[in-house]
Design a protein around this ligand. Sequence first.
Ligand code: HAX
Length: 476
Amino acid sequence: MIHSHAMRRAFHCTKAAGSSSVGLKQVLQDLIPQRKHDILELKKNYGNVKIGDITIGSVIGGMRGNTSMFWQGTSLDAYEGIKFQGKTIGDCQRLLPKSPKDSNGKGNFLPESMLWLLMTGEVPSIEQALHLSAELAARGRQLPDYTDKLMSNLPSGMHPMTQLAIGLASMNKGSEFARKYEKGDIGKNEYWEYVFDDAINLIAALPQLTGKIYSNIVAGGKPLGQFREDCDWSYNICSLLGMTSEDSCNRQNLDGKQSEDFVNLMRLYTGIHVDHEGGNVSAHTTHLVGSALSDPYLSYSSGIMGLAGPLHGLAAQEVVRFLIEMNVMISSPQSGREIEQYLWNLLRCKRVIPGYGHAVLRKADPRFIAMLDFAKARPEEFAQDKNVILMEKLSEIAPKVLKEHGKTKNPYPNVDSASGILFYHYGVTELLFFTVIFGCSRSMGPLTQLVWDRALGLPIERPKSLDFKSLGALCR
Ligand code: HAX
């Protein structure tokens, strides 16, 4: 039996020691010793406590529900959905600092605030959030030369996710962690500092890298907008896509309100896609590769390869294609009967309904609801958009059909159901590109964990595998 007092001590949830510092690295410096102590205590006193049972079903079934990872930033409940350091999306929207440039204060929180929350467990002050925002902007001014050149010379037509993975992997050339490790002049206790610097540099580089990939796709590599050091991370993504009204490119001729809404959509999207517990493919891959002490660029570029799978992040592009195709085939996006028929035909052909189902969730994904609410709050903008109307109508009909079909454990919309179609509305119509925006956001969760993995000295991952013979022996 576990001694509850000792357990509470071991779990002593550390605050950022009331730190008033505005620098994220300094706050982590104060926090790490206590958490290191906590994890050592856990290992020493409770290392033999068993957690759950592993079944043959889960061993051959994608390790579903096998509790076997330490992950601090986010947790996922089948019914409550995602929590960021214990906070729901609604909590985050209330508590996390927003951009002071937001004209009416109704915009979404800055993803930089979310990054701070994930790293420290604390809601940052506005000064801390803006300090981090400025740090990202200063570090993200330009891509390294070699990455820029490499990206300019990629074959045309290469999938944007492959471009992203290549760009990130190439930045390993400038990895502080890899350089120090190779020189052999860092001890284990210092790993996290260099992993932290690489992680922040990587996140900072994503607006430029994303802009470069988009310009490769739509403009033969010609820049589409400008990087602004006095602006936040999401604004710079939008600006480099040529999607802000101040931009000379302003590709879609967005007016001031639309441009502000698009930036807020980007803040919302990139703020809530940061992480989804540790076991999802992109997060787990990053953590696994990092456990071999591969630097953050190599680790996250591997995670991006996983995000590019159609059962994971690529579903965003599939959903948009699916909605557009269905709208061509049905007489109205409001026609429930035709939508139902369309879905049944799809299921009879053994295809999946993209944007529905989830390995863990058993209700509509709160991130889907947050994106839907974004559209609902702007009826004048979206009232005439057939795809957005269909997206909403589908969320009423598809669960009924999937329930009747009887296979899917979670018949409700997932995260990818709404996001792509909202970007599409504002003019980002290159379907293959959507998952790159997902990749910008997803960097924050797994890279936070990577910093903590090294700070806590977690070892290389090496689960045990079984063959048919060993499984057979267990069945006797
Ligand atoms: N449409 C039709 N059938 C579905 C389905 C869907 N949307 N979702 C699940 N099923 C089927 C499965 O194919 C499986 O069939 P078989 O037994 O014949 O193999 C059965 O229902 C049971 O699957 P499950 O246990 O409910 O789902 P899994 O945990 O195996 O898979 C997936 C979860 C998300 C991969 C799955 O629901 C799916 O393929 N959805 C469509 C693709 C999609 O939207 N992916 C994005 C997921 C969110 C994400 O991670 N984004 O990054």
